[in-house]
Design a protein around this ligand. Structure first.
Ligand code: C2E
Ligand code: MG
Ligand code: MG
Ligand code: MG
Length: 287
């Protein structure tokens, strides 16, 4: 997938080019070097509370600012980091940095951090989170942990243990990319998730009856279980109106704001922009 140019004028690197130029080993060495050189940055994307139409959460999304290749999207290096074990030091930095960033936001704004399956396997995710919370002073109730189903594919009892400990300190558990896996529904009955995030592919395919049906049943399932629903990847007013009328609780997507660096996420004009955009009457059509 080729990403569009970012607002800061840096283009996210095209994966095919990256892989054609460098082999896996070279990439791994590059990634290892980059972790030491601290070439990563966190961008934040707002998630809105549909009822109050205010920013409820900021999701931390990691980027690699490569000295030669420019800004590299996570889809290009997270999997490699997982295969090589480099995800461990990388995520420690991500969780720590995200918590430090979040303490300076208004206390009503929560932080969502994505967590890899391998971090659960290593078993020290809880300790990493605790250390980040203690060092930053962030209230655990402001922390959301986003995981995908791959976390649950093996060693489920260990994951469950970590989930329970995270919940015991007040953190929120989110099942990300809902609907893309094999048996999303069974995970919801077996694990203590507080929230699901419907994958953006269903929002983007909303005009198709199949996608609309998946969203509707996801909302019904979540409501039945007493958990909340976020729709990700909302790009148009029409998509927002559609998912809003279907009963989703939270909304995220380029319509409300793209992921931006910390200093620009904090910038009041951007937040103002977001809110005025969302507060526009529902009759306003797509751009
Ligand atoms: P995700 O957690 O499901 O994040 C949503 C992705 O959709 C992000 O891509 C975001 O920029 C993108 N997105 C948001 N709104 C829209 C929209 O309206 N339209 C479109 N087309 N896309 C939208 P990104 O930042 O490239 O991240 C991709 C994936 O990489 C994430 O998916 C997550 O699984 C992983 N990832 C990102 N940051 C981290 C991290 O810090 N740690 C770990 N373990 N994984 C991460
Ligand atoms: Mg996520
Ligand atoms: Mg997602
Ligand atoms: Mg995803």
């Amino acid at each position: 997938e080729v990403k569009a140019a970012g607002r800061d004028g840096h283009r996210l690197y095209q994966p095919a080019m990256l892989e054609a130029v460098k082999g896996e080993k070279a990439l791994e060495a590059d990634l290892r070097r980059a972790i030491t050189a601290r070439e990563f940055e966190l961008h934040y994307q707002p998630i809105l509370d549909v009822d109050t139409r205010t920013i409820h959460t900021a999701e931390a999304l990691v980027r690699w600012r490569h000295p030669v290749d420019g800004l590299i999207a996570p889809d290009r290096f997270i999997a490699l980091a997982e295969r090589t074990g480099l995800i461990q030091p990388l995520s420690e930095w991500i969780i720590q940095q995200a918590c430090l960033d979040a303490v300076s936001w208004p206390p009503g704004v929560q932080l969502a951090v994505n967590v890899s399956a391998t971090q659960f396997k290593r078993g020290n995710l809880f300790d990493v989170v605790m250390q980040a919370l203690l060092r930053s002073g962030l209230n655990p109730r402001r922390l959301q942990i986003e995981v995908t189903e791959t976390v649950l594919l093996e060693q489920q009892s260990e994951q469950l243990q970590t989930f329970r400990r995270l919940k015991a300190i007040g953190a929120t558990l989110v099942l990300d990319d809902f609907g893309t896996g094999f048996s999303s529904a069974s995970y919801l009955t077996n694990f203590p998730f507080d929230k699901i995030k419907i994958d953006k592919s269903f929002i983007q395919g909303l005009h198709r009856r199949e996608c609309a049906a998946v969203i509707a049943s996801a909302v019904a399932l979540a409501k039945g279980l007493g958990i909340s629903v976020t729709a990700e990847g909302i790009e148009t007013e029409t998509q927002f109106e559609d998912v809003r009328s279907m009963g989703i609780d939270f909304a995220q997507g380029y319509l409300f704001g793209r992921p931006v660096p910390y200093d620009r996420f904090m910038c009041p004009p951007m937040i103002q922009d977001d809110l005025s955009r969302v507060r526009r009457p529902a009759t306003v059509g797509e751009n």
